[in-house]
Design a protein around this ligand. Structure first.
Ligand code: IMP
Ligand code: MG
Length: 185
């Protein structure tokens, strides 16, 4: 785990970078989730994996390899975050793919305030889906209400900002193979 410095400057604060989930632990948990989703889907009907870019790229790439039903992969891009603070305003960048009549699994990197996922669910509510489920690698349950609770969660965590395995700090650190949290010093 030597890809990151031990400390990162965020604005005018110095944060300590502390490993949270190792590559091996993530791998094992993602395999479990894929098995759980495959079993719950329970049929050979197509499942559209709707990857929320960019954060869920790595998680989705590993997750789909463990799914046993036929899949299609689509992407959607949302924008809401600046630095370690959510702006609250969510926007769709580009268009939604056509999902009429499809079973859809939204794949997110993290559910924090829940604003992004509720925005996306609202947009999908009128798109004529056959079913909709949400899988997230990480969940911050203390940061949102039960109405935005995901159907499948890799790990529940506290409120600290996290980076790695797809999650970024202003566009950086997505390539870390593990997840680390930033702790104020
Ligand atoms: P929400 O709308 O507040 O639930 O936040 C959703 C999006 O904000 C996530 O999909 C991430 O892209 C980003 N985000 C939230 N918390 C973190 C974090 O701790 N690290 C990195 N990105 C985060
Ligand atoms: Mg995201």
């Amino acid at each position: 785990m030597s890809l990151t410095p031990n400390r990162i400057e965020v604005g005018n604060r110095t944060m300590s970078v502390q490993p949270l989930f190792t590559e091996a632990r993530i791998k094992a948990r993602v395999a479990e989730l894929a098995a759980e989703i495959s079993q719950a889907h329970g049929s050979q009907e197509n499942l559209v994996i709707l990857v929320v870019l960019h954060g869920a790229l790595l998680f989705a790439a590993d997750l789909v390899r463990g799914l046993t039903m036929p899949t299609e992969i689509e992407t959607v891009r949302l924008r809401s975050y600046h630095g370690t603070e959510s702006t609250g305003a969510v926007e769709l960048v580009g268009a939604l793919p056509s999902l009429q009549g499809k079973h859809v699994l939204v794949v997110e990197d993290i559910v924090d305030t829940g604003k992004s996922i509720s925005f996306l669910k609202e947009r999908l509510a009128t798109a004529g889906l056959r079913s909709l489920k949400v899988a997230t690698l990480l969940d911050k349950p203390e940061a949102h209400g039960p109405e935005t609770a995901p159907d499948y969660t890799g790990f529940s965590i506290g409120r600290n900002f996290v980076i790695g395995y797809g999650l970024d700090l202003d566009g950086r650190y997505r390539n870390l193979p593990y997840v680390a949290e930033l702790v104020a010093l």
